[in-house]
Design a protein around this ligand. Structure first.
Ligand SMILES: [Zn+2]
Ligand SMILES: [Zn+2]
Length: 302
């Protein structure tokens, strides 16, 4: 069992390998970074790719992988992708339609237009690439707003979402309202859990607002990907885990003015791809049958 934080200039990218299964969670902001990293490691096939949400710093790298013909056997996506591909299938002038609709929209037009446009553009781009890779199975997940844990496969459990197979028909207007309600705070969260081994919590950019009663249980020595790459918008998780001093927090993102936040810096056991090294490096953990261990130095981001 091996967990790696892949160094990305912005966003998240985490590779988890167990036996012969390779699971990649998000792929950073740059289309080539993760692709080149995988290629260097001779990894040309991913068994499961989990896309936590549609922000560029998580999805651009996925588009890059598909563009470069990395085989992805299963792709787990937020349900919005299905709606966008249904509604926008034939809409060549979809962006013009967005502008028209925004003129009448009774909400903050700038954010609305920017957000809706970006998500639709990214999604259509992803669709384009997906059309070229017919061997990928796509599974869709709906954010539920509360804690819900279902086993999906390979000991990966949902924490705030359910898999869906039936879709309602919606129109362009409804689609826009739907996109507008989706925030990175509603990222899909998954947990790896097997017997009494340490867990891995894949946080995405979740605010952990769904976790109202501290229901997420993590065994000693579990790895937690720093929510929202260590941003203070997700610092709720740290207070939820305040009595838990045996967790390992990991970031794949670079350091910026706003990240990691103060609460993150206060954590004891934390690792990042940036500090301690002259270049950004990967952070790798292996499991020795009892606990995760690493040769990387602890993060001392100040
Ligand atoms: Zn992000
Ligand atoms: Zn650091």
């Amino acid at each position: 069992m091996r967990f790696t934080a892949i160094p990305v200039s912005k966003g998240d990218a985490f590779l988890f390998q167990i036996e012969n299964i390779k699971v990649l969670v998000d792929a950073g902001n740059n289309q080539d970074e993760v692709y080149l990293w995988l290629k260097k490691k001779d990894i040309l096939c991913i068994d499961i790719f989990i896309c936590t949400h549609y922000d560029q710093d998580h999805i651009n790298g996925l588009i890059g992988l598909l563009k470069n013909k990395i085989q992805i056997n299963e792709l787990w996506l937020p349900e919005i992708q299905k709606y966008i591909s249904n509604v926008c299938k034939s809409a060549k002038n979809i962006l013009k339609q967005i502008d028209d609709l925004c003129i009448n929209a009774d909400i903050n037009k700038k954010i609305y237009k920017y957000k809706v446009k970006t998500i639709i553009k990214k999604s259509l781009r992803l669709n384009q690439e997906l059309n070229l890779v017919p061997n990928t199975t796509i599974r869709y997940f709906k954010y539920e707003g509360n804690y819900v844990s279902n086993h999906i496969s390979s000991n990966l459990y949902t924490q705030n979402c359910t898999e869906i197979n039936t879709f309602i028909n919606i129109d362009l207007n409804q689609l826009f309202l739907m996109i507008n309600s989706i925030r990175n705070a509603e990222s899909l969260v998954f947990k790896y859990q097997e017997n009494d081994k340490p867990n891995i919590l894949f946080s995405g950019d979740s605010s952990f607002n769904f976790n109202k009663n501290i229901i997420i249980r993590l065994s000693n020595g579990s790895i937690v990907t720093a929510p929202h790459h260590g941003s203070k918008t997700s610092d709720k998780l740290y207070s939820q885990l305040v009595n838990h001093n045996s967790l390992i927090f990991v970031r794949s993102d670079k350091k910026t003015n706003i990240r990691p936040c103060i609460d993150y810096k206060k954590l004891n056991e934390k690792y990042c791809t940036t500090c301690n090294y002259s270049n950004q490096v990967e952070v790798e953990f292996n499991f020795n049958g009892i606990k995760f261990f690493t040769k990387n130095n602890k993060c001392n981001c100040k």
